[in-house]
Write a protein that binds this ligand. Structure first.
Ligand SMILES: O=C[C@H](O)COP(=O)(O)O
Length: 222
């Protein structure tokens, strides 16, 4: 496996029984095996167990709540996420934003459970702030490009290079992903050229008529 990482966020795109998530995850696994590139998938909470128990690939939670065992209702509890088979979690996605204090608490909660942490950010300043909290990855995604089909690597390369520089300066152990509008091989290649180690993406693959073919295109230029 190369050190490149692709994380496919399924958001709430796939309706139904969860079998859709398993199918997309299976396509990710096949393309990961063929390409040697690590591909993880972030399904709905309720599908983590189903996906992780049926497909041998890294599964991420779309978020978690920084609560322990006890008197908490309606929260995404880290131990349940871990026991369901997740290896990591997104934190502070633009569609599920947190306060800085909650980002910090979520990172600590995930780390204590040995889950990998991917903190999403929306610009260079928030990438720098997130890096100071010491997650495994910062994933920079300008919100206006999310779901747009316009790749951040082309539309706003400065937010990627700026985040890479800022994160390196603040905490060189943290790696940078980028996302928003990424769907093609040239987008991933450009993202890597800009200094990120991979991408966080969703609609370009999940909504494609043939997700496996879309994934094959995505990895074709690395
Ligand atoms: O989590 C994924 C990002 O929000 C990017 O979404 P997108 O690939 O649909 O632009």
């Amino acid at each position: 496996m190369s050190s490149t990482l692709i994380v496919l966020n399924l958001k709430t795109y796939l309706e139904g029984t969860g079998e859709g998530a398993v199918k997309v995850a299976q396509a990710c696994k096949e393309v990961a095996d063929d390409s040697g590139i690590e591909i993880g998938v972030a399904p709905q909470f309720c599908d983590i167990y189903r996906v992780a128990s049926q497909v041998d690939l890294p599964v991420y939670s779309q978020s978690l709540d920084p609560v322990g065992a006890g008197s908490f209702t309606g929260h995404a509890f880290v131990q349940s996420i871990k026991d369901a088979g997740a290896v990591g979690t997104l934190i502070n996605h633009s569609e599920c934003r947190l306060t800085l204090a909650n980002i910090d608490a979520s990172i600590t909660t995930a780390k204590n459970a040995a889950l990998k942490t991917i903190v999403c950010t929306n610009n260079v300043a928030t990438s720098a702030a997130a890096a100071a909290l010491g997650p495994d990855y910062v994933a920079v995604e300008p919100p206006e490009l999310i779901g747009s089909g316009i790749p951040v690597s082309k539309a706003d390369p400065g937010v990627v290079t700026g985040s890479v520089d800022a994160v390196k300066r603040i905490n060189p152990a943290v790696q940078v992903l980028c996302g928003a509008g990424i769907s093609k091989g040239e987008d991933l290649a450009a993202a890597l050229e800009l200094g990120s180690v991979g991408v966080l993406l969703a609609s370009g693959i999940v909504k494609a008529a043939n997700p496996k073919a879309a994934l094959e295109d995505l990895v074709s230029k690395v």
